[in-house]
Write a protein that binds this ligand. Structure first.
Ligand code: IMP
Ligand code: MG
Length: 180
């Protein structure tokens, strides 16, 4: 267990500049695709707060932004059991919903979100994810936009946490404890 007082180093996988460049590209695609649509962004808390903030500030299209908070993880292991901590407030009926997620790992969270949102009868549902851990899938889910694909590593930073820590890092990396 790493706590805030322990020393650690982070092996960087995606640098801040590389992330910002990629987000600009993905935002441009989203703006293009949703030009004539009724876009509602549903950001998945807590992990997507930084990604979503950067993504929407690069968008050149009218949209509203809502939030949902779900949880399936304790430490580095998915429990595979979804919990809605706080639901969305917007009426999604007839809207073009874009789910914004930090990372898709097993796909269980995204699958759950898609079925929750489908029940509100939107016009369309797509997913925009910052990181795609394709090789870790247990559920087949559509990922319409992603910034980076990665292997089956546990990463932190740019919104992603380990037991609540490291979300504030402007880059993404693997934690290395000193002496290990
Ligand atoms: P899934 O339901 O297994 O696809 O997991 C999705 C959620 O697990 C993400 O929204 C993250 O909050 C969390 N998660 C999965 N992999 C990582 C990781 O490498 N670092 C931090 N959080 C992760
Ligand atoms: Mg998340």
């Amino acid at each position: 267990m790493i706590n805030s007082k322990q020393n650690y180093t982070v092996e960087i996988l995606f640098q801040e500049r590389q992330i910002q460049k990629k987000i600009f590209e993905v935002s441009s695609k989203v703006s293009q695709d949703y030009k004539d649509k009724d876009l509602v962004i549903v950001a998945v808390l807590n992990g997507s707060f930084i990604f979503c903030a950067d993504l929407v500030r690069n968008l050149d299209v009218r949209c509203s932004i809502d939030f949902i908070q779900v949880s399936s993880y304790v430490g580095t292991q998915s429990q595979g059991k979804m919990q809605v901590i706080s639901g969305f407030k917007e009426d999604l009926t007839g809207k073009d919903v874009l789910i914004v997620e930090d990372i898709v790992d097993t796909g269980i969270t995204l699958d759950f979100l898609i079925s929750e949102i489908s029940s509100k009868k939107p016009n369309s549902i797509k997913a925009c994810v910052f990181l795609d851990k394709k090789c870790a899938r247990k559920k087949e889910v559509p990922v319409n936009y992603s910034c980076f694909e990665m292997g089956n590593d546990f990463v932190v930073g740019y919104g992603l946490d380990y037991s609540g820590f490291f979300r504030q890092l402007p880059y993404v990396g693997r934690i290395k404890e000193f002496g290990k």
